[in-house]
Design a protein around this ligand. Structure first.
Ligand SMILES: *Cc1c(COP(=O)(O)O)cnc(C)c1O
Length: 400
């Protein structure tokens, strides 16, 4: 007899197929990096969030290997039982220094951090104001918090001010991505922070795509704009090339979170060796400004090239979007680029809104300019088929 669960799965997969939304896994046969091997073929990789090329960096690997010998592999328990280690605490102190906060607390992923923080801080009777294009982990955190959720139009602070005036609550919090993960544009942090101060709201900023990328020291959009949020979430998984995330803020916030955030309390701690790797990656970010300089050289080069093709590209971050509309068009364009050795994965709903399926281009400091030119040539062929457009450019240049 066939399993009922398997027939549910087959029904759902057929429905995804019919909408052009069925996805597939593709194992890399090489380390993560600007050039990768997949299915026996080499590609230039424009789909990784390893913005500084640290995922396979020599110094980071050496630190991880040394820590593996010292600490072993698994953490063995949650932080609150016996999963805490000197490597965790040392990384947390380094992160707090980096962000200029009193304290920092690790989470196993950015997803776990957002879900844990929002549900620890908020509950019934509270209101969370969330940008319409916030990352899924913030949306899920809002749902889990059981607070009222008010979604405000993307980057629209005047509209948010009206919503704030109309939605009283016990505790009120504004949550935003710093760099929006699919469009690569940036939040109007100075204006958001001023509104929160004026109205007595808290502000949570998710720096996932900004850590290591934005700011004179690479600490993120908060550093770049001089904004101090109440809760700063950053990830170790993107610009730092490792895995995990952190919340930087006050010592009281840190202590509340390790008492209350269920995604931390009920989950095994990060491997200590990964903490040592992330600390080494953080040191690379702080000591080697040339990583960020190369990344920004690449960002400017690609933005200029896209604009020359008639695609309205911003220069806000390492993420660019070329919007094609229907999922099938994004898949076909991605396939044609692939035949030229360019890996640019198509992004479809539910990751992006319906009708905005796209090629999402993520740049690395480790890309050569000649590789960007190959991508631009591939995109020029796409433009020759039909005009393409980019994500709306950010209105405020405050992040640059
Ligand atoms: C990627 C991402 C996350 C999740 O981080 P992980 O470490 O990959 O779980 C959270 N927020 C934003 C804005 C992201 O882009």
């Amino acid at each position: 007899m066939s399993s009922p669960v398997d027939s549910w799965a087959e029904d759902e997969l057929r429905a995804l197929d019919a909408k052009g939304l069925r996805r597939h896994l593709e194992p890399l046969e090489s380390p993560q990096g600007p050039r990768i091997r997949v299915g026996g073929r080499e590609y230039i990789n424009f789909s990784s969030n390893d913005y500084l090329g640290l995922a396979n960096d020599g110094a980071v690997r050496v630190a991880a290997e040394a820590a593996l010998r010292r600490h072993g592999v698994g953490a063995g328990a949650s932080r609150l039982i016996v999963g805490d280690s000197t490597a965790h605490q040392s990384l947390e102190r380094a992160l707090a220094r980096f962000e200029g906060t009193e304290a920092a607390l690790l989470f196993n992923s950015g997803y776990a951090a957002n879900v844990g923080v929002l549900s620890a801080l908020l509950g019934p009777g509270d209101v969370v104001f969330s940008d319409a294009l916030n990352h899924a982990s913030l949306i899920d955190g809002c749902r889990l918090a059981k607070a009222a959720v008010v979604v405000y139009p993307h980057r629209d602070v005047p509209a948010l001010a009206v919503l704030v005036a109309g939605h009283p609550g016990r505790r009120r919090l504004v949550v935003t991505d710093a760099v929006f993960s699919m469009d690569g544009d940036v939040a109007p942090l100075a204006a958001l922070s001023a509104l929160c101060r004026r109205e007595g709201l808290g502000l949570l900023v998710d720096e996932a795509h900004a850590t290591g990328v934005l700011g004179a020291r690479g600490a993120g959009l908060c550093e770049a704009t001089g904004v101090t949020p109440d809760v700063l979430m950053g990830t170790l998984s993107k610009g730092l090339g490792c895995v995990g995330a952190y919340v930087a803020g006050s010592a009281a916030l840190r202590e509340l979170l390790f008492n209350r955030a269920r995604s931390l309390v009920f989950s095994t701690a990060l491997p200590p060796a990964m903490c040592a790797a992330a600390e080494a990656a953080l040191a690379r970010v702080q000591q080697d400004a040339s990583l960020r300089e190369r990344l920004w050289r690449n960002i400017r080069h690609l933005a200029r090239g896209l604009r020359a093709l008639g695609v309205d590209a911003h220069e806000d971050s390492a993420v660019f979007s070329v919007i094609l509309g229907e999922p099938e068009r994004a898949v076909a364009a991605s396939q044609r680029l692939r035949e030229q050795g360019l890996l640019v994965k198509p992004i479809r709903p539910p990751t992006v809104p319906v009708g905005t399926s796209r090629l999402r281009i993520a740049l690395s400091a480790a890309h050569e300019v000649a590789e960007l030119d190959l991508l631009l040539a591939g995109l020029a062929a796409e433009v020759a088929r039909a005009p393409l457009h980019g994500a709306p450019p950010s209105l405020r240049p405050e992040a640059r």
